[in-house]
Design a protein around this ligand. Structure first.
Ligand SMILES: C[S@@+](CC[C@H](N)C(=O)[O-])C[C@H]1O[C@@H](n2cnc3c(N)ncnc32)[C@H](O)[C@@H]1O
Ligand SMILES: [Zn+2]
Length: 489
């Protein structure tokens, strides 16, 4: 602040008035010019895997140095949300953006408080619905006392299940960590699991981008379901169906993110673990995802799905422990529904994922001689990937190959993914189709059509029909009884 003199001329005499001149000064930044030793992740930064998760205390120091208290931190590539959480911990507001929905969901659910006891009770209800059934897929006989027990993992080599491993027989304490070959019982169980159709929903999304290009690290698998053995796919499908039965959406969301934190450990991409004296690995450990790809593993470990879910929710690096830490830190933080709410100070965090554009089909890409120099774009927006662009493929030497046109563009079909039909719940839906085009002169136009319709699941229809039939039946019975009671004259 500087005191100064401001003078001006009046008609008659010179008037002098002292004023205060404000001089804007740059905020003083105490730059970080030293090494910041990284601290270990705490439970809320550990419960869900994320690639390139940054060290929380380093990010925290940067925020304190470069954003004033009460200011706004914007992270356009927020990932697992270290910046978001460190900003909130340090009383800054935050805008967190990531186009990957699992990233935004990890951020939301790390920050959103949930009662740990309610979460534990919900977990126990899921356990009641599915544990016994799930463990039935992993039963074997104790090699010592011959009683029925549940094994912890199986080892697959060259497409064949070769061993089972268990940590401790509950009856005699027997432990098998290697060379425990399959018995006839084990092989028959596996055969029967593999011959049965999985009736519950599981994802079949293909490992291709919407334009038909294969995922960079796709390797031999074609779709997500192929990343799992049938046994684990069945156990996971049962588990998800049991989670879906939870009536409260917020508890369901927490259980689902718990599921997502362990599902990769139940895939075929887990390397075989052997006892190690130099690391904490045991013969039963999940080694994690060792390759940065959808690794095509002929030798892998098949983990027991219920074990993994239990430790994801209730284990020492699980969700409940994470919530105990994060509930205390973020209990008063307010989520913004719009960016304006955040900017005006009515909320503390705005999480943003961007438009969920599912597909864009270009018409007349070659700009041929019909409608010269013009372009056409159809856009379908459907959150459930109900419509999907599928690359057109052809078998060449036993391998399926994506078809291209003479310009090298991938040929695609717009298909309806009927598997997603089961996702449609009772209610009113709106479909929107927009066509954008230009007339050659550069003036872009668009036509939008909307269509509203209702979805009534067949189960609900069936219940209604049964109710109507029962009502008709009761009505007839009642009127027959009335007729019998009427006195004859
Ligand atoms: C290296 S990670 C960030 C990790 C984060 N710093 C943490 O500590 O967890 C980069 C993130 O950028 C996201 N991303 C990549 N391209 C993006 C884009 N165009 N718009 C928004 N997010 C994007 C990815 O989904 C990924 O989560
Ligand atoms: Zn035993």
């Amino acid at each position: 602040m500087k005191r100064g003199i401001l003078g001006y001329k009046s008609k008659s005499r010179i008037k002098i008035t002292p004023v205060t001149v404000l001089k804007a000064s740059k905020p003083k930044i105490d730059h970080i010019s030293r090494q910041i030793p990284p601290l270990a992740h705490t439970p809320m930064y550990l419960w869900h895997k994320f690639w390139s998760r940054k060290t929380w205390n380093v990010v925290g120091e940067f925020i304190r140095a470069y954003c004033p208290e009460g200011g706004i931190v914007f992270d356009p590539f927020a990932g697992s949300g270290i910046t978001a959480m460190e900003a909130l911990k340090n009383n800054r507001r935050v805008i967190a953006c990531d186009l990957n929905p699992i990233a935004t969901e990890i951020i939301r659910l790390t920050i959103q408080p949930i009662n740990e006891i309610e979460l534990y009770d919900a977990f126990k209800r899921v356990e009641k619905r599915v544990r016994k059934k799930s463990e039935g897929l992993y039963t074997t006989h104790c090699r010592n006392c011959k009683k029925d027990i549940v094994f912890d993992c199986a080892v697959w080599q060259e497409g064949d299940c070769q061993e089972v491993r268990y940590q401790s027989c509950p009856y005699c304490g027997d432990r098998r960590e290697a060379n425990c070959k399959l018995t006839k019982y084990d092989r028959d169980l596996l055969k029967s699991i593999e011959s049965k159709k999985i009736r519950e929903w599981y994802p079949t999304n293909r490992l291709y981008y919407p334009d038909g290009m294969p995922f960079k690290e796709k390797q031999q698998y074609e779709s997500i379901n192929q990343l799992f053995t049938r046994r684990n796919l069945q156990a996971l499908a049962w588990l998800m169906a049991a989670i879906e039965k939870e009536p409260k959406k917020d508890l369901r969301d927490f259980l689902k993110i718990g599921f997502s934190s362990m599902v990769h450990l139940c895939s075929r991409m887990i390397a075989i673990s052997n006892r190690s004296l130099t690391s904490h690995h045991t013969a039963f450990s999940s080694t994690g995802w060792t390759q940065h790809s959808y690794w095509y593993a002929s030798n892998f470990m098949e983990q027991n799905v219920w074990n993994k879910f239990e430790s994801a929710i209730n284990g020492h690096q699980g969700l409940i422990k994470a919530k105990t830490e994060s509930n205390a830190l973020f209990k008063d933080k307010r989520f913004a529904k719009s960016i304006d709410q955040l900017l005006s100070g009515k909320a503390d965090i705005f999480i943003y994922q961007g438009e969920a554009k599912i597909a864009e089909i270009k018409f007349n890409e070659a700009i041929g001689n019909i409608l010269r120099e013009s372009s056409r774009t159809y856009e379908t927006v459907w959150g459930d990937t109900f419509f999907e662009l599928k690359p057109i493929t052809k078998e060449v030497d036993g391998q399926s190959q994506v078809q291209k046109d003479e310009k090298g563009n991938t040929l695609t079909n717009l298909g309806v993914n009927l598997d997603k039909l089961a996702n449609l719940r009772f209610g009113q839906f709106k479909a929107k189709l927009s066509l954008a085009y230009d007339t050659g002169g550069g003036d872009k136009k668009s036509i939008v059509a909307e269509y509203e319709f209702w979805v009534v699941p067949w189960k609900l229809l069936l219940i209604i029909i049964v109710l109507i039939i029962t009502l008709i039946f009761i009505k007839r019975k009642l009127s027959a009884r009335k007729r019998r009671k009427r006195p004859y004259y």
